[in-house]
Design a protein around this ligand. Structure first.
Ligand code: AMP
Length: 362
């Protein structure tokens, strides 16, 4: 059965691009968000609410055919309330697994899939154990609410360890060994309730200071691509997943190590708006609405450049024939993703050249 009103928890740029994709499909969206001038508010109806409570969610349930999210950090009571009436996609298993780095890693390892080596941290003495087991340097990440490198510390020697232990406030964390990777790639897939799956091509991602800077698609490597799809299939099945799922990998030779999974549309999939036959946003909506999925094949080559802090002049971007600017309607702020540019064309050399010029602007 197709669904016609999709509720979105959160009104950031991911919700904004879902709302944009909904229009040509004849799908209505309705978003709940704490801010008045959110990115999504430029494209869809928004209920502004500081916090989500049971009564508000009941109202949303009665207004929407299905409810989805742009952020896995929704309170589990809220997710369960929506799931209990069969209107949540993806489901609580996927959300609860991916919202907690420790639960996520244990789940991935339980499927026989590699992650970075890790040690659970809840007491100061666990940090000394992590240093013993992982060696220096290692990372300490908060189990919940970390993104774009936030909530992460690198510990490189005994002195830094002693300082970290002295200041440690007991927040549940996970220590991770540093993976010596060749590059980072991600795989995005969509699955509908009927079990139909589509896989986007593998994407290569460049991060700096924990923030995604540029994605290149497709990353041509049949061996890695086949391996990544097999791992994706395992996770989609284990989570009985509905919607778009993203896996971020570290590539070590011919081995794929999972960094993390995201139960939602993803920054490394923004290129699909211009660069794939069906965008990740459209396929997510199709999946949660129980519709057949669209082709995830790439059209030529794409690069997606994140605009971090400030947006470049729209006229400069418009002057590049292969470039498409996406403004998130956010105010400028250091390290804030305020937009992105997708460069798409048939000639990889030309895409690379334009990308190089535009990178210099952001
Ligand atoms: P995260 O927020 O966990 O996705 O981390 C952001 C970025 O930090 C990753 O994309 C990597 O570039 C880097 N990073 C995170 N964890 C590790 C790790 N265990 N080893 C090496 N690099 C890492």
């Amino acid at each position: 059965m197709s669904k016609s009103t999709v509720g979105l928890l959160g009104g950031g740029q991911l919700a904004m691009m879902l709302a944009q994709a909904a229009v040509p499909l004849g799908i209505k969206t309705l978003c709940i968000e704490s801010q008045h001038a959110s990115p999504a508010s430029h494209y869809t109806d928004v209920w502004v609410a500081e916090t989500l409570d049971e009564a508000l969610i009941d109202k949303l349930i009665n207004t929407c055919d299905v409810i989805t999210l742009e952020n896995e950090n929704v309170a589990s009571a809220i997710a369960s309330q929506i799931e209990s009436v069969g209107k949540l996609a993806p489901g609580t298993t996927a959300l609860n697994t991916s919202a907690d780095r420790l639960v996520e890693k244990e789940f991935i390892n339980a499927q026989g899939i590699a992650t970075a080596p890790f040690v659970a941290i809840s007491h100061a003495q666990d940090l000394a154990k992590a240093a013993d087991e992982l060696g220096f340097p290692f990372l300490v990440k908060t189990r919940r609410f970390g993104y774009d490198g936030k909530g992460q510390s690198k510990i490189s020697n005994n002195e830094q360890l002693a300082t970290f232990i002295r200041d440690y406030d007991g927040s549940p964390s996970v220590a991770e060994g540093l993976v010596d990777f060749d590059c980072e790639v991600s795989l995005i897939a969509a699955r509908n309730p009927q079990g139909e799956c589509v896989y986007y091509p593998l994407v290569q991602n460049e991060h700096r200071e924990g923030i995604l800077r540029v994605s290149h698609a497709p990353h041509d490597n049949t061996l890695l691509s086949d391996k990544a799809q097999a791992l994706m299939q395992t996770l989609l099945k284990a989570l009985a997943y509905v919607g778009v799922l993203t896996i971020e990998f570290f590539v070590c030779g011919e081995t794929l190590v999972i960094n993390e999974i995201a139960p939602r549309v993803h920054n490394s999939g923004h290129w699909t708006i211009e660069g794939a036959h069906t965008s990740q946003f459209e396929n997510h909506l199709r999946a949660v609405c129980g519709l057949p999925l669209g082709s995830a094949k790439a059209k030529g080559y794409s690069a997606m450049i994140n605009c971090i802090g400030t947006l470049p002049s729209p006229s400069v971007v418009a002057d590049e024939p292969l470039a498409h600017l996406h403004d998130y309607h956010k105010s400028a702020r250091p390290n804030r993703k305020v937009g992105h540019i997708t460069v798409n064309g048939e000639d990889k050399g030309q895409v690379d050249e334009v990308t190089k010029r535009l990178r210099a602007l952001v």
